[in-house]
Design a protein around this ligand. Structure first.
Ligand code: PLP
Length: 401
């Protein structure tokens, strides 16, 4: 990119010089929350009730309400949420489940673990999400479910996906691991499919202090079955109706999550504000052509994420880097103290463990391009303005070299 002249809107040097910016800091500004967590830890410790129990029931009720879903079942992780959700639909050998190739591995791994076949589809280059048009040709006579992934914190176009699923008589399981609280046209992630799967992995917007997850559903019978499958298919005690697993959630994680849940909307908003500032500064610095992420031919370094619903919770702020310079930019940022990550460097159809599916490079060009071009920048809620300015300044310096 051409070196442009200094403009009045040029980013100011901050007074306390920032020299590094972490990708994520989950401890900053958490004093009050941590104090409440310590109390809660003590209360769980002395309660003597460490798995399931009243804290878990309370978390389930609060998450069901937050997600706009009738029922919620707490489980051991987001990965197990997907696994148990598929089990509740009796997915097994001979079945197919359609899902994006550009997602975290767990989405596909859950399908494979049940002996079913993951059928990959490509993504929309603007949102990194699947669309009904992309899912549709992947549906066949053995398709049992679709798993749209609300990637990076923004919901898929669920209106079209629900229509498609109804037409074709298949279930929808929302992989909402990165999207708790995000909406599609006013409806929350996890309230639209047959089930919604959530992760409380520490890097998610609502993070536990370890592994935990949750399944939401509007169907009371499915909720009951999920709860039974979570405890080895046991009902009543020591009588096993079917084979489940140990997908139970700790009381401690539930109690800690309940401390954070009331803070969640403010944290989402802080991420949105950070994203808005990045957009403004990147456009001002001529590093991106359009703040709304619409691509342009003028060849700026970055394409910003496209927002199709303002409820985006920005679990990640993922930009596209042009001209094959992603890895070079990442190294530069790293040398200058800025933490970044690549979500995800290798699409699932190209993973070694899925070689037997017979895919080749070029099968899903949009996902492959995303794997080559995308970079996640720091976006966490307590990120400061001067840190965002430092990130933009550092990218600018890269572009001006
Ligand atoms: C994090 C994540 C999962 C898995 O959640 P865990 O709690 O880490 O098991 C599944 N799908 C997606 C899209 C995720 O981001």
């Amino acid at each position: 990119m051409l070196r442009s002249s200094c403009r009045p809107s040029e980013i100011h040097m901050s007074t306390t010089a920032v020299t590094s910016v972490p990708l994520l800091d989950t401890t900053r500004g958490q004093e009050a929350v941590f104090a409440r967590m310590r109390e809660v830890f003590d209360s769980v410790l002395t309660s003597g009730r460490y798995i399931l129990g009243p804290e878990v029931e309370a978390l389930e009720a609060e998450c069901a309400e937050y997600c706009g879903s009738a029922h919620a079942v707490g489980v051991s992780s987001g990965s197990d949420a997907l696994l148990v959700a598929l089990m509740a639909l009796d997915v097994g050998p001979g079945d197919e489940v359609v899902l994006p190739t550009f997602t975290f591995f767990a989405t596909a791994g859950a399908v494979s673990r049940l002996g079913a076949k993951p059928v990959f589809c490509d993504i929309d280059p603007r949102t990194f999400n699947v669309t009904a048009a992309l899912l549709e040709p992947c549906i066949g006579p053995n398709t049992k479910a679709l798993i749209p992934v609300h990637l990076f914190g923004q919901c898929c176009d669920m209106t079209e996906i629900e229509e498609l699923a109804a037409q074709r008589g298949v279930h929808v399981i929302e992989d909402a691991a990165q999207a708790i609280g995000a909406e599609w046209r006013g409806r929350r992630a996890g309230s639209m499919g047959t089930m919604g799967c959530f992760s409380f992995y520490p890097t998610k917007n609502l993070g536990a202090l370890g592994d935990a997850g949750l399944v939401t559903t509007g169907d009371a019978a499915i909720a009951e079955r999920l709860a039974i499958l979570r405890g080895h298919g046991m009902s009543p005690r020591y009588y096993h109706k079917e084979i489940g697993g140990n997908f139970r959630i700790d009381a401690l994680q539930a109690a800690l999550l309940r401390v954070r849940l009331p803070e969640l909307d403010a944290a989402h908003q802080a991420r949105r504000d950070n994203a808005a500032l990045y957009r403004e500064l990147f456009v001002d610095a001529e590093l991106a052509a359009n703040a709304d992420g619409t691509p342009s031919d003028s060849g700026p370094l970055l394409t910003l994420p496209t927002v199709v619903d303002p409820s985006h919770i920005y679990n990640q702020f993922v930009v596209r880097v042009s001209d094959g310079r992603r890895d070079e930019l990442r190294s530069w940022l790293s040398e200058n103290g800025v933490g970044t990550e690549i979500y995800y460097p290798l699409s699932l159809h190209m993973q070694e463990c899925y070689r037997s599916l017979g895919h080749r490079e070029g099968d899903f060009p949009v996902s492959e391009a995303a794997a080559r071009e995308t970079l996640a920048l720091p976006i966490f809620p307590t990120l400061r303005r001067d840190e965002i300015e430092y990130v933009v300044r550092t990218v600018r310096a890269f572009s001006d070299r």
